[in-house]
Write a protein of this length. Structure first.
Ligand code: DAV
Length: 371
């Protein structure tokens, strides 16, 4: 059955089949949240964000929204259906019996929260206290899909308690230094403990029957085990990228473009023993091009490697951020048609083109690429 714009259907099994229906985030009311353990561990030590919190400056919100609206409009012009979240009030403090935080984060980026696997959209546990309620931004859409698609499975992972027992105190020091961080990453000693299952949706890549999950700051081994039990028909693989001193989210590190081809961040190479599943099945893992920038934009959590945080529209077409000229050039050499999208001024809101979207529908079925 082919896709029709008049009928809502949730279905997406991988990162590259033809995209028909997608959610694009909004910058409305995004906040820089106050200090908390998991978030502080990720803010780079030399960042302009250390010690600051509150609502993001209005002009940056307006500019990010302009870029996100343009991106959504371009996708619509190409024939995609685009939905947008409904922002909750992120200035409201979040309090549970276990923790309190003075503000929340935002409705960016959707990829962090929503994991689409087949006919299911799963709300991740998240691991930051300020993101505990973030799924509420997407509930109007989830309700709509539930009403309109009889096959849609709306799922939510167990809400974590996020007490201090979830975080290693070693990571709470102001100055750790990259050498120590890299040593800890090599030892798989991350800020989150194994107290309870934790995962962000953006640590998961979908390859049909296989789910590839990064173990790092935002996803612990129990979170991966939870995913394994939750998706019994899938094979769930744990991966690590030891060259990353701040390992959160897999999508500026490992980027599948089409069956048989993956870009890997050259500073965060997949270790030899973890490459076998790909290379043994004739998948090529190539180093991504260098970012075009030496530093991230102001008030940004992410690294310059958002250059490789691209959105694949179909196995021959990819959206690349407009200023990322080296990445675009490499895509061209790899035989991909490049659609340039201006987004850099929205990076501070949580990420690039892959981050700021979430799949609702892609063509194709659940295939086994690694038999
Ligand atoms: O390289 O800072 C960014 C991923 C955001 N979802 C990085 C990872």
């Amino acid at each position: 059955m082919s896709w029709s714009a008049d009928k809502t259907e949730v279905k997406s099994w991988n990162e590259w089949d033809t995209l028909r229906h997608v959610i694009v985030g909004r910058a409305d009311d995004c906040h820089i949240p106050p200090e908390e353990p998991a978030l502080d561990a990720k803010v780079p030590e030399d960042s302009d964000m250390r010690g600051q919190w509150g609502r993001r400056p209005q002009e940056t919100i307006d500019r990010a929204n302009e870029l996100l609206d343009n991106f959504a409009g371009m996708l619509e012009k190409r024939g995609l259906r685009v939905d947008r979240p409904t922002s909750i009030d992120h200035s409201v403090p979040a309090t549970t019996p276990d923790f309190h935080t003075e503000s929340q984060f935002g409705c960016m980026p959707p990829r962090d929260v929503l994991l689409t696997v087949g006919h299911e959209m799963l709300e991740a546990t998240m691991s930051y206290r300020c993101r505990w309620f973030e799924y509420l931004n997407y509930r109007p859409l989830m309700q709509q899909y539930f009403n309109e698609d009889p096959k849609f499975r709306h799922e939510s992972a167990p809400k974590p308690r996020l007490t201090d027992a979830d975080y290693h105190p070693d990571y709470l020091s102001e100055k750790i230094g990259d050498a120590k961080r890299l040593e800890w990453a090599e030892q798989k000693f991350f800020v989150t403990t194994e107290e309870e299952p934790l995962f962000d949706a953006a640590d998961v890549l979908r390859f049909g029957k296989d789910l590839v999950v990064q173990h790092g700051f935002t996803t612990n081994l129990k979170g991966i085990e939870w995913l394994r039990r939750h998706f019994p028909d899938h094979r769930v693989h744990t991966v690590n990228f030891p060259g990353d001193p701040y390992p959160i989210h897999i999508d500026a590190t490992f980027t599948p473009l089409r069956p048989g081809l993956i870009l890997n961040n050259p500073q965060r190479r997949l270790p030899e023993d973890q490459r076998k599943m790909f290379e043994g099945n004739d998948w090529e893992i190539v180093d991504s091009a260098q970012p075009a920038h030496n530093t991230p934009p102001p008030l940004c959590y992410s690294s310059t490697w958002l250059s490789m945080n691209v959105l694949v529209l179909d196995p021959k077409t990819v959206c690349v951020e407009k200023s990322e000229v080296y990445q675009a050039e490499q895509m061209d050499k790899l035989g991909m048609e490049v659609v340039e999208v201006e987004l850099r001024d929205a990076y501070a809101f949580g990420g690039g083109l892959h981050c700021c979207t979430a799949d609702v529908y892609r063509d194709g079925e659940c295939e086994d690429y690694f038999p």
